[in-house]
Design a protein around this ligand. Structure first.
Ligand code: IMP
Ligand code: MG
Length: 175
């Protein structure tokens, strides 16, 4: 791989301030009932952790694993479940917590899988949204930031499993 450099896109402070707003909005939108926050592994792990603590209401936390991009930057188109939920979502409000919506293929698949479990509702919270890249229409109820069509890493997002533990979101540029 050619040498790569990182260019700051969203600072830790910007990310945390936006997550506090999203947490308050979710509190207001779900005044009662069981709310299940479903983290899509691995990219959404930090977003889930911060979003869950930005909310004041009770919430269940669960995880779903899916086959990822592998080492490339474009989606393979095929999605496979590698880890399923531990807690039943029947009759519950489900909020899928995702790092980034790109083509929309992953979330279209996951929403279909979850709808079969008879939840009361299924919505999506995504830290980042790249609307220009959409192949499948997906409704994202809570978006942290809309970004341009650039490959980003950090705050959970990876390139070939690297950079996930950066506190900021950065654009990965080949040099
Ligand atoms: P989609 O199915 O194309 O919407 O893919 C969404 C998934 O692709 C995300 O959960 C990420 O794992 C990955 N992805 C998409 N864009 C980026 C990016 O800019 N950086 C890192 N991962 C990305
Ligand atoms: Mg991901």
């Amino acid at each position: 791989m050619p040498a790569a450099s990182l260019r700051l896109l969203l600072s830790e402070q910007q990310i945390q301030a936006r997550i506090r707003e999203l947490g308050a909005q979710i509190d207001a939108d779900y005044p009662n009932g069981n709310l299940h926050l479903v983290c899509i592994l691995k990219g959404a792990c930090f977003f889930l952790a911060d979003l869950a603590r930005a909310m004041k209401r009770e919430a269940f936390i669960d995880f779903m694993g899916i086959s990822s991009y592998g080492k490339g930057k474009t989606t393979s188109g095929a999605v496979k479940l590698t880890k399923d939920l531990d807690i039943s979502v029947e009759g519950a409000d489900v909020l899928l917590v995702e790092d980034i919506v790109d083509s929309g293929v992953t979330l279209t698949y996951l929403v279909n899988v979850l709808q079969q479990r008879k939840p009361r509702s299924v919505k999506i919270a995504a830290l980042l949204d790249k609307p220009d890249r959409r192949l499948r229409p997906v409704k994202v109820a809570y978006v942290g930031f809309q970004i341009a069509d650039e490959f980003v890493v950090g705050y959970g997002l990876d390139f070939a499993e690297k950079y996930r533990n950066l506190r900021d979101v950065c654009i990965l540029e080949e040099t």
